[in-house]
Design a protein around this ligand. Structure first.
Ligand SMILES: Cc1cc2nc3c(=O)[nH]c(=O)nc-3n(C[C@H](O)[C@H](O)[C@H](O)COP(=O)(O)OP(=O)(O)OC[C@H]3O[C@@H](n4cnc5c(N)ncnc54)[C@H](O)[C@@H]3O)c2cc1C
Length: 473
């Protein structure tokens, strides 16, 4: 019998499985797909390699949470620093999000002039920097005592930032600037959406500041695609089962039995990396079913439409662009397309002279449910995104070697989830309402972007470290 069975090899599942293995526990990791990494993976399609969703790695600066975990696991991934982290293009304005404040600010102020700009962006920078010096939070809502302990742990954060926690981002920004153009607001909104997974009206100013400040940190490009990184992460785990979907889980008094097509496995503890919205169906036990069912209402159905391309080109491109349009794009929830290019010298992901491109835009999974219109809608949006990217980034159509798209349905088919981005940290869905990494059920835990703390590499890793502490206690 294993000490731990981990269901899913996303950032959360792979990292906690590797950390527990490094401590000497007997761990088995189960992944439905042949490749590891979930939303942050890479895959091969007709001989070309693409990153699935995530394309940037943050949290890897000195004392950063991702670096901390990788160092514990003695991993030395092949990374390239990306600066500017993103090049934001809106109408005729090009704003590189350099990590250096002055370097970024010069471009920002030239493109969106306002007398309060310096004061505002300095505040964003300060809030962001102060937040990242606070570490080691305890978060659990498994019992009354655990809730109280969590509250005490977060008290310094609440005290320090309370005036920004209680006010909506849009109200704060409008009051701060007095008058602000729609274009400038959209510039902020688009960047906030890709980090917080929610709009300016839904979040508090604290979350907005952390989201706008994210590019002041070092961000990295992962050489060879994200899948290679996961192969390194899971290297020391006793058993890694690929193509092994967990179909159901039986809860017994002191262990769990997990069923796959290949047979049954037993473990004393189970860590789910499937989302809390979709985990109830794995269990027959009413107590567990009801625990996960109560979180299904948190599912905001937010998801992604993806366009993958391989091009052959001599041009130089930055790693990441955000292309902001004046109107919300049809069948989506956003005005902006996020476009990532492979590094020119990364021949592991694309041969010399080629680029692998992963582009994404927020959509709602419910927009893709009508079987009759699905195909034509997919083609139409594929063509809108393709034309937007090729026109703005001046990519010759003849240079396109391959191009195809994916919808929330595709994600559902491959990684068992159509909601992407996890729990959005909105005014309504802030601490202490987030699901925690432990549960009131003995031996059952959750990790990933639908539980504490948030999405993306640093967000999921905060949950991994929290779970590690809860298991140590
Ligand atoms: C389009 C897009 C772009 C993004 N860009 C970035 C970015 O640039 N930088 C960044 O840091 N973050 C980014 N993110 C967010 C980031 O990718 C996610 O927050 C993160 O990868 C989620 O990790 P997770 O641990 O929740 O696991 P998930 O990615 O959800 O993986 C869960 C895994 O569990 C497996 N699984 C599920 N059910 C079962 C089962 N029953 N049996 C076996 N296996 C199962 C799935 O197949 C999957 O592999 C992006 C996300 C998207 C969608």
């Amino acid at each position: 019998m294993k000490d731990f069975a981990v269901v899913g090899s996303g950032i959360g599942g792979s990292s906690i499985a590797a950390l527990l293995s490094a401590k000497g526990f007997d761990v088995a990791l189960f992944e439905k797909e042949s490749y590891l990494g979930g939303c942050s993976s890479s895959f091969s399609h007709k001989g070309h390699i693409y990153n699935t969703g995530a394309t940037t790695l943050a949290g890897y600066e000195q004392n950063g949470i991702v670096k901390d975990v990788f160092e514990t696991l003695r991993l030395k991934p092949e990374l390239i620093k990306t600066d500017p982290a993103i090049v934001v293009m809106q109408n005729d304005k090009v704003t590189p999000r350099f990590a250096d404040f002055e370097n970024f600010f010069r471009h920002l102020d030239a493109n969106y002039p306002h007398e309060k700009n310096r004061e505002f962006w300095q505040l964003v920078h300060e809030i962001d920097a102060a937040f990242y010096t606070m570490n080691g939070h305890y978060y659990s809502n498994a019992s009354m005592f655990a809730k109280l302990k969590s509250l005490v742990s977060f008290l310094p954060l609440f005290m320090k930032f309370q005036k920004y926690l209680r006010v909506s981002a849009v109200a704060f920004i409008e009051k701060f600037f007095g008058e602000i153009s729609e274009e400038y607001l959209q510039f902020m909104e688009s960047q906030i959406l890709i980090v917080s997974q929610a709009g300016l009206k839904e979040i508090n100013f604290f979350t907005a500041a952390i989201s706008l400040g994210y590019t002041f940190h070092d961000t990295y490009y992962v050489k060879g695609g994200f899948s290679a990184l996961f192969d390194m992460i899971v290297n020391n785990i006793n058993e890694v089962h690929r193509n092994a979907e967990i179909l159901s889980i039986e809860k017994h008094d002191s262990f769990y039995r997990l069923h796959t097509k290949q047979g049954a496995f037993e473990a004393k503890n189970v860590i789910l990396n499937s989302t809390v919205y979709e985990s109830a169906k794995l269990f027959v036990d009413d107590e567990v079913k009801n625990y996960y069912k109560k979180y299904e209402k948190l599912n905001n159905h937010q998801s992604s439409f993806m366009l993958y391309m391989t091009i052959k080109s001599d041009e130089d491109f930055f790693h990441h662009y955000q292309l902001i349009q004046n109107e919300q794009i049809k069948y989506t929830l956003s005005n902006a397309v996020f476009v990532s290019f492979s590094d020119k010298n990364d021949t592991k992901i694309a041969p010399q002279g080629h680029y692998s491109i992963t582009a994404s835009i927020h959509t709602d999974s419910r927009f893709w449910e009508d079987k009759q219109s699905y195909k034509s809608q997919k083609k139409e949006l594929e063509s809108i995104i393709f034309n937007t990217i090729t026109a703005i980034l001046k990519i010759e159509k003849e240079s396109v070697v391959s191009c195809f798209s994916a919808t929330p349905k595709t994600f559902q088919r491959y990684i068992n989830r159509s909601q992407l981005g996890g729990n959005a940290i909105t005014m309504k869905n802030f601490l202490p309402f987030l699901p925690s990494n432990d549960t009131p059920i003995k031996g059952l835990y959750s990790v990933g972007d639908s539980v504490y703390a948030a999405q993306g590499w640093p967000g999921v890793m905060l949950g991994v470290k929290n779970l590690e502490r809860l298991l140590d206690a």
